[in-house]
Design a protein around this ligand. Sequence first.
Ligand code: S3P
Length: 434
Amino acid sequence: MNTKTVVPAELSGAVTVPGDKSISQRVAMLASLADGTSKVTGYLNGEDARSTLSAMEQMGAKAEFRDGALFITGVAGKLRSPDEPLNMGNSGTGTRLLAGLVAGAGIEVTMIGDDSLSSRPMGRIRQPLELMGAHIGLTGEKGTLPMVICGGKLQGIGYLLPMASAQVKSCVLLAGLYAAGKTTVIEPRPTRDHTEKLFQALEIPIKIDGLEISIEGFGPEGPKYKARDFTVPGDFSSASFWIVAVAVRPGAELLIEHVGLNPRRTALLDVMKRMGADIEITVTEEKGDPYGTIKVRGASLQGTVIEGDEIPNLIDELPIISVAGALAEGQTIIRDAAELRVKESDRIAEMVKNLRQFGVDVEEKEDGMIVTGPAVLKTPDAVIDSHGDHRIAMSVAILNTFGTGPIAIENVGCVDTSYPEFWEHMEQLGGKSE
Ligand code: S3P
């Protein structure tokens, strides 16, 4: 069924969230290029991570799930042209990063995706890749998929990113692997640095100087590095749904272990703490991409302002932050977040519409919203449609755990892109959906 009915419930308890989507997809790409076999523990068994892995298999990598792990045998820098278009499903990360990875690999690749992905802007990666010498055709109406990449010989560039985007940054750095000379990107604001951390782990020559990141290219012959094993921590973005669900409910408690704690991903914790949340973090592993344990005890929260440098480090959490805002006392102001309009859906418009259906006082802004709480929630008159956006579906489900009656959410199949166990975990924490 592509519809779920969610009933109000008090969520509390312990949960282990599935592997990080951003890290899983980067590991799939980099292990597939390596020389030898990598054992990957904790790889996300979600659709986005699977479509990226399948794409790498279509270009010559071998992947096998056995003994609770994923084994990837790489092509030692030598990708081959896939026989069929790569179907990237819903994955913006897979598409944008892979475009960079294959741009200088001397192969021809076509990428397609679902309706949501096919409406997302790809000009932002075509521009730097063409500056490096790649041939990128975007045959969709507005600089969108399908995308055709015909391998060109790439030259390293210096590129000032026009927007704070880890996907564009990573795309250019991955293209830099096959380029001649040095490729440098400069970010306007810090964004998630999983690509950089994996380059370091694989001993790929990368230099990080504040917001300036450089990589020495291996040239058209492709990168040469040895395979290694990887452990993917739980996805902080998936954990954020439970963190908010518990943090705003006095008396509730939550324990999440082995979850990613990369500071470029966890700005939601700073926001929640500012709002008055009782959250305790223990870092278990600091090296590489850090992970550890999060404990939350529910409390009454107050509104806050979320803007500026904080935005890229909680960009995927803004829908659930707007839910926290609805339940907190006073105004929660989100600004500088216009990028939300070009995610899996227009997340500003969708959340504003959905919050209003629940009776929440919310004002839409071009680059964010102002939510005034605490709302006296009502049961929406109409069915809620996720419009194929996983984070909208999960945010609305969490909101209705505070609701007044059952609600139906349509088009929830998209939850499987990042968090197939979401509904099961909701029940584990005392919720109910059917
Ligand atoms: C991602 C980066 C972010 C984020 C997306 C995953 C990544 O996108 O919203 O879900 O894995 O690099 P942008 O970099 O385009 O903001």
